[in-house]
Design a protein around this ligand. Structure first.
Ligand code: NAD
Length: 465
């Protein structure tokens, strides 16, 4: 043991060393090795699916249907997509050669960083652990995965699942809390991929700076949902309710608050209430499929945010089951505590706008969000929002579902994060792209070599303009 080191710290340090040795052996580099690793995850996902579904119910009260749709199926889709495209992504990419590089060719190729740390949150504990791991493996890295201690049952299943597929020097899981997090961030990694809160994201970035380790931060924030007066109100209501109910609002891309045109506000409220009844019945907390808040602290935080607000529907919870009824809050002011932090619960505050200037003023009150949703049938409005409102990603006339398209990257901007993943974006995130010029030897143009001369100068000026 090194001086002052605990047993845990020693284990973690040795694990990183073992992974680095393994990576440097070159065993992770070939297409076959990467595909084999991805196949192992596919096998494990099928084998451990019942255990994962049960653990998700234990940790978050998620029903098997919701867990399958929003965690297992999404992970499988990402896995299949990566397996299908991996060979193409690994190929060299040729780029046009500059005349100054005559005679030769230019190309780029992706190389893995090495040993990668993936830190995951508790809210989608299967998806957000395994998706980055799949991308990192596809890119040829060794991975240490740190699941959140707040979803302990899922973390335990994932630990077993990964141990059943991989030797620890290839992919390993480190479970635990503060001590493990601190010990991990003391190590030198070649890449850190963090999903979680802004506050911890800042700590991760600071720790990474010590070794100049590149970092992706997948953070959260307040994602707005705009409904203008041309929207198809019944559809909008249904899709907004879907986005807010998923995992009881504990979703990084959940619509955090609504900005609605006053002309359709009450029609939208009625439609959302109808949808809530259709989906969860008269008493949402009695519906066996409705998830709960992850823990007491989180439950109390969200309940406190509702205090003093005007609830159109909901507004109550059950401290025994930690469930909070889906809640719509009307006439919320920008100064209210609920507008000061990411809600991360099934509560939807509503603000109104009539002009684009008013809308922009509200949106600019907040940091750049991870997601933004717009419900409209007005093409000009759609263009205007896309051009003027910065955000990580989003949907027009829907919520949440943009992250299901593996063909495009997913990530935040500004305070909602940096970098992206999913599909090719994920492969590129976990790869360094080397740029190469390969020179041929049949000719060697003399212009760049000493001694310089007027004729050389003339040629250079003619060619390099
Ligand atoms: P968190 O920041 O508390 O924890 C994330 C991870 O960091 C966990 O593994 C945790 O164990 C670890 N951690 C916690 N404190 C730490 C510390 N002091 N030092 C080092 N590591 C530490 O986040 P959370 O509560 O698990 O997740 C909720 C947040 O994550 C929300 O803000 C949500 O928006 C965000 N989120 C973002 C995305 C995304 O894709 N952008 C996805 C899900 C969640």
């Amino acid at each position: 043991m090194e001086q002052g080191e605990t047993r845990k710290e020693k284990q973690i340090r040795e694990l990183v060393c073992a992974q680095r040795r393994y990576f440097l052996s070159g065993a992770t580099l070939s297409y076959e090795a990467r595909l084999d690793a991805l196949r192992r995850i596919r096998w494990a996902l099928c084998k451990y699916e019942p255990q994962l579904l049960h653990a998700l119910y234990q940790d978050l009260g998620k029903s098997p249907s919701e867990s399958y749709m929003s965690e297992i199926a999404m992970t499988k889709a990402e896995l299949n997509y990566c397996m299908r495209h991996l060979a193409g992504w690994m190929r060299r990419e040729h780029v046009r050669n500059e005349v100054s590089n005559f005679s030769g060719k230019s190309f780029t190729m992706a190389e893995p960083y090495g040993v990668v740390l993936v830190m995951a949150p508790w809210n989608y504990p299967v998806l957000l652990c395994l998706e980055p791991v799949i991308n990192a493996i596809a890119a040829g890295n060794c991975v240490i995965l740190k699941p959140s201690a707040y979803a302990p049952h899922v973390a335990a299943v994932i630990e077993n699942m990964i141990a059943a597929c991989f030797a620890p020097e290839r992919v390993a899981v480190v479970c635990g809390g503060r001590e493990e997090n601190t010990a991990l961030l003391e190590q030198r990694f070649d890449y850190i991929f963090f999903t979680g809160s802004v506050a911890v994201g800042k700590i991760v970035l600071e720790k990474a700076a010590r070794y100049l380790t590149p970092v992706t931060l997948e953070l959260g924030g307040k994602s707005p949902c705009i409904v203008d007066k041309t929207a198809d109100v019944p559809r909008a209501a249904r899709r907004i309710v879907f986005g807010k109910l998923l995992n009881a609002g504990q979703t990084c891309v959940a619509p955090d608050y609504l900005i609605v045109h006053p002309d359709i506000k009450y029609e939208l409220f009625r439609a959302m209430e109808q949808e809530l009844k259709k989906m969860l019945g008269e008493e949402p907390l009695a519906c066996g499929e409705y998830p709960h808040m992850v823990n007491k602290k989180h439950y109390l935080r969200v309940m406190n945010l509702m205090k003093g607000q005007l609830a159109v529907t909901g507004g109550y919870g059950n401290p025994e089951t930690l469930q909070i009824a889906p809640t719509i809050l009307d006439e919320v002011s920008l100064d209210a505590p609920i507008m000061k932090e990411e809600i991360f619960g099934p509560v939807l505050p509503v603000l109104t706008f009539t002009t684009r200037e008013e809308l922009l003023a509200i949106l600019r009150h907040f940091e750049k969000p991870l997601a933004c949703y717009l419900f409209t049938r007005d093409r000009a409005m759609e263009q205007w929002v896309l051009r003027h409102v910065p955000f990580g990603g989003g949907c027009i006339n829907d919520t949440i579902v943009h992250l299901a398209t593996s063909g495009m990257g997913f990530g935040g901007v500004g305070a909602s994060g940096m970098g992206s993943y999913h599909g090719r974006a994920g492969f590129e995130t976990f790869s360094h792209r080397k740029s190469i010029v390969k020179k041929y030897n049949w000719i060697d143009l003399p212009m760049r070599y000493h001694p310089y001369a007027d004729w050389k100068d003339a040629v250079i000026r003619r060619v390099m303009r």
